[in-house]
Design a protein. Structure first.
Ligand SMILES: [Zn+2]
Length: 680
C-alpha cells in the first residue's frame, strides 16, 4: 500500500499537475503496522455486528477535542477564533449540516466534536494549550517529542497539534485507531487549519480528512484499483476505487473494476482533491467510524466522559476560566553548566509570570519562557506563579531539575567491531523508543571477523521512528595528534527505489541536552547494494566507508556519540568497524596504489602547487578536499565523473599558510587520506 501511494505521489509531482508543492497527507507514512491488523479486524467485526443491530450507530457520538498549538511566536500561533472556525467546519462536514459546504451527497456520520471545557484534572479550560517550542518545525521522527510537550489522555480527548511545518511541506497526518498512545492524534500545519486567520487552503478539509483516518477510514485511492471493491482498497463498498490520488476537481474515472463503473468520488473527503469540491463521507465510511468508536475508541464519547470534559449541553461555562499554572521542559536531567529551556503551558491566558529557580541562574524571571543555567550539582524545585488581572495560580514541581557532574569520558582511541558477540556490546546502549524492531548483532555479514550490527527496516515498519546505537561517553580532548576523526563501514540496500531509510551520526557535548549532526545519508547516498524486497545481505564489495572529521570538537571532554537509524520501511542497514581517534597514524606521507585506484601526490612537502595524479581502470565519481589541521576545508572540489585513464588534478598552495594539511580523495565508497606539508 505504502509503495503504491508514494510512487503515485512522485508520479503526480513529476507531471506538475498539482499546483502547490505540498503533500496533502502523510497518513501512509505513519501507519503503525504492528497494531493495524488487529484494528482492522475489530473494525470489520464491528461492522458485521451492526448489520444485525443498528442501535449503536443511530445517535450522535460527541468527541472532546484539545488543540495543542506548538509555535515559535509567529503566525502559527493561531487565534482561538481560527481554532473555533475549524471545529465548526469539522461538525458541518461530519454532520452534513444543511446549507453548509458539508451538505453534499453523503451521509451524516453521527460524529460531532467540541473543544473541551474541562481539562484532565476537571478544571475549566477553553481546550487550547499553547507551547512555545522549536519543535514547531516538525520532523516526523520527532513525533513522540510533541507528546512530551503536551498530551491529554487519548482515551478521553482527541489530541490535535498545530505546527508551523511538517517535514517541510506536508499539510497533515493522523494516527490510525489502535496504535500506541504516544503516537495517537492528529498533526496539522497551521495554514491548513480552519478558514480564517493564517488559513490559506483546503477550506479546513485537511482536518476533516485526518480525523477520518483517526476514526479508521482509509484514502479512497488506497491500494489503487485493488481487486475487490468491498474487501480491498479502502475496504468500503460504496466508495468507487481510484487508481491514484486526484488533485483537481476534474471528473475522472481511473478504475473500471467496479460494477456499475462509477467515476472517482472527487467529492469524498478521503481523496486529495481541493477542499472546494469535497463534501461527503459515504455510509460505508460512516460504518467504519462508528465501528471504531464502538469497539476501539470506546471511552471517549461516553456520557461519563462528556460530563468530565464539560460538554456544552451538560456544563455551564463560567464567564472566565481561572488561570492554571503549568510548564514543561524537554529534559529534566542536565550536567553542570547546562541551560534548560522552560516552556510555559499554563491554561487560560495568563499575562504575568513569576518564576523561581532555586539553584539556577537567573534565580527568578518574569519572562514567559525563560532560559536557566545550572552550575551546581543537586535536585532543584521550580516554582511558577501565573496570573492575569483577575486570577492567579501557583505550581511547585519539587526536585524537578537534576544536575549531575558531567564526568570524564573514556580516552581515545575508541574501537568497536562488535566481534565480542555481546549484546548490547560493552558500554554501548541501544535506544529503542517504540519497543519494536531495533539494532541487533548480525553474523550474516561483517567486515571484521564475526559480527556487525544491523537493523531490519523491512520489518521495522513503524515509519519515522528512531533506533539509536549510543556509544560510551568519550573524551575527545585525550586525542593526540593533528587529525581527530570517526570512521565506520556501512552497507544498505533499498526495497523500493522511491523511498529510503536514513542514517545519522549525532554528537552531544551537554549530556544529551542538544545534538549536533555530523553525518547524514539517505536515498542514493546511503545505498551500497541493489534494490531488493528480500533481506539485503552485503558481500565484501558492498560496504562503504564513512569518514567524519571531528577536529572542530577536539577540546570536548564528555561527548555522547549516537548512530541513528530512522526507518522508512526500506531494507537492512549494517554498521561495522567503528573507530574514533587520531587519524595521523593511519595517514602516510607516502603514495599508495590499490587495485582499482592508483594515485600519487607530489611534491610533498609542497611550495605553491600540489599535484594529484590518478590512474583509473574504470570511470568513477571522485571528489577531493584539502583541509587544514583544524579540520577546516580550504579547497573543495565537488564530485565529478572521471573517465578511465590518467588524470592530473592540481591544487594551488601558494596562498596557504605553512603547516600540515590533509588531502582527502573520495571515490565511490572509499576515502583516501594523505598528509601534505606546505612549506614556503
Ligand atoms: Zn490522508
Amino acid at each position: 500500500m505504502k509503495n503504491t501511494v508514494f510512487f503515485l505521489l512522485l508520479f503526480v509531482f513529476m507531471n506538475l499537475s498539482y499546483a502547490q508543492d505540498i503533500r496533502p497527507c502523510y497518513f501512509d507514512q505513519f501507519i503503525n503496522e504492528d497494531s493495524l491488523e488487529e484494528a482492522e479486524r475489530q473494525i470489520q467485526e464491528g461492522i458485521n455486528k451492526f448489520q444485525s443491530d443498528q442501535r449503536n450507530t443511530d445517535s450522535a457520538k460527541v468527541i472532546p477535542v484539545v488543540v495543542h498549538v506548538i509555535h515559535n511566536g509567529g503566525s502559527e500561533n493561531i487565534s482561538e477564533a481560527q481554532i473555533q472556525s475549524q471545529i465548526q467546519i469539522l461538525n458541518e462536514d461530519f454532520g452534513k449540516f444543511e446549507n453548509t459546504n458539508g451538505d453534499g451527497n453523503g451521509v451524516d456520520t453521527n460524529v460531532r466534536f467540541f473543544l473541551a471545557n474541562l481539562n484532565p484534572d476537571g478544571k475549566c479550560t477553553n481546550g487550547i494549550v499553547r507551547v512555545r517550542s522549536s519543535l514547531t518545525n516538525h520532523q516526523s521522527y520527532q513525533r513522540p517529542l510533541l507528546k512530551e510537550l503536551s498530551f491529554w489522555d487519548n482515551s478521553r480527548y482527541l489530541n490535535i497539534y498545530i505546527v508551523k511545518s511538517i517535514n517541510g511541506n506536508v499539510a497533515g497526518y493522523a494516527s490510525f485507531p489502535g496504535g500506541p498512545p504516544d503516537e495517537d492524534g492528529v498533526v496539522v500545519q497551521h495554514n491548513y487549519f480552519g478558514n480564517i486567520g493564517s488559513a490559506n487552503g483546503f477550506f479546513g478539509r485537511t482536518l476533516t480528512h485526518e480525523v477520518g483516518h483517526w476514526l479508521g477510514v482509509y484514502h479512497t485511492f488506497n491500494n489503487s484499483c485493488g481487486i475487490d471493491v468491498c474487501y480491498d482498497g479502502d475496504n468500503v463498498c460504496d466508495t468507487p476505487p481510484a487508481f491514484e490520488p486526484n488533485y483537481s476537481c476534474v471528473t475522472l474515472n481511473t478504475c473500471s473494476n467496479d460494477i456499475p463503473d462509477l467515476n472517482d468520488q472527487k467529492e469524498n473527503y478521503m481523496d486529495y482533491t481541493p477542499g472546494a469540491c469535497k463534501n461527503m463521507f459515504t455510509e460505508g465510511q460512516k460504518m467504519r467510524m462508528q465501528s471504531t468508536l464502538n469497539f476501539i475508541r470506546t471511552e471517549i464519547w461516553t456520557d461519563e466522559n462528556l460530563i468530565n470534559t464539560g460538554y456544552d449541553s451538560i456544563y455551564i461555562t463560567p464567564d472566565i476560566c481561572p488561570v492554571i499554572a503549568d510548564f514543561v521542559t524537554l529534559t529534566k536531567d542536565v550536567c553542570i553548566g547546562n541551560s534548560v529551556n522552560f516552556s510555559d503551558i499554563s491554561l487560560n491566558d495568563g499575562t504575568i509570570w513569576q518564576w523561581q529557580f532555586p539553584g539556577g541562574t537567573p534565580s527568578s524571571s518574569n519572562e514567559q519562557n525563560p532560559l536557566v543555567n545550572y552550575e551546581s550539582i543537586g535536585s532543584y524545585d521550580v516554582i511558577l506563579i501565573i496570573s492575569n488581572t483577575i486570577t492567579t495560580d501557583t505550581l511547585i514541581k519539587e526536585n524537578y531539575i537534576n544536575v549531575s557532574a558531567p564526568g570524564v569520558g573514556d580516552n581515545l582511541p575508541y574501537n568497536e567491531n562488535f566481534d565480542s558477540g555481546l549484546y548490547p556490546p560493552i558500554d554501548i546502549s541501544i535506544n529503542n523508543p517504540d519497543g519494536t524492531i531495533t539494532w541487533q548483532l548480525d553474523s550474516l555479514a561483517f567486515t571484521s571477523s564475526n559480527y556487525s550490527m544491523s537493523i531490519n527496516n523491512l520489518e521495522n515498519t513503524n515509519y519515522g521512528t528512531v533506533d539509536e546505537i549510543v556509544l560510551p561517553k568519550l573524551d575527545f580532548s585525550s586525542n593526540t595528534g593533528n587529525l581527530l576523526f570517526m570512521s565506520f563501514k556501512w552497507a544498505y540496500a533499498r526495497s523500493d527505489p522511491s523511498y529510503s531509510d536514513e542514517l545519522l551520526v549525532l554528537l552531544s557535548f551537554n549530556c544529551g541536552n542538544s545534538y549536533t549532526q555530523v553525518f547524514y545519508r539517505s536515498g542514493s547516498g546511503l545505498v551500497t547494494g541493489p534494490t531488493q524486497t528480500t533481506p539485503f545481505i552485503p558481500d565484501s564489495t558492498q560496504w562503504k566507508d564513512a569518514f567524519i572529521i571531528l577536529n572542530n570538537f577536539k577540546t570536548e571532554s564528555f561527548v555522547e556519540v549516537k548512530i541513528v537509524n530512522v526507518t522508512d520501511g526500506g531494507n537492512k542497514l549494517y554498521i561495522d568497524d567503528l573507530y574514533i581517534g587520531n587519524g595521523d597514524d593511519l595517514v602516510a606521507m607516502e603514495n599508495v596504489f590499490t587495485d582499482n585506484l592508483r594515485y600519487a601526490i607530489y611534491p610533498n612537502p609542497v611550495l605553491d602547487q600540489l599535484n594529484l595524479e590518478l590512474i583509473l581502470e574504470e570511470s568513477q565519481m571522485i571528489s577531493t578536499k584539502l583541509i587544514n589541521a583544524l579540520g577546516k576545508v580550504v579547497v573543495n572540489n565537488y564530485p565529478q565523473n572521471f573517465v578511465t585513464g590518467k588524470h592530473l588534478i592540481t591544487f594551488s598552495t601558494s596562498k596557504l599558510p605553512q603547516g600540515l594539511y590533509f588531502l582527502i580523495l573520495e571515490t565511490e565508497g572509499n576515502y583516501n587520506i594523505r598528509k601534505v606539508v606546505v612549506q614556503h
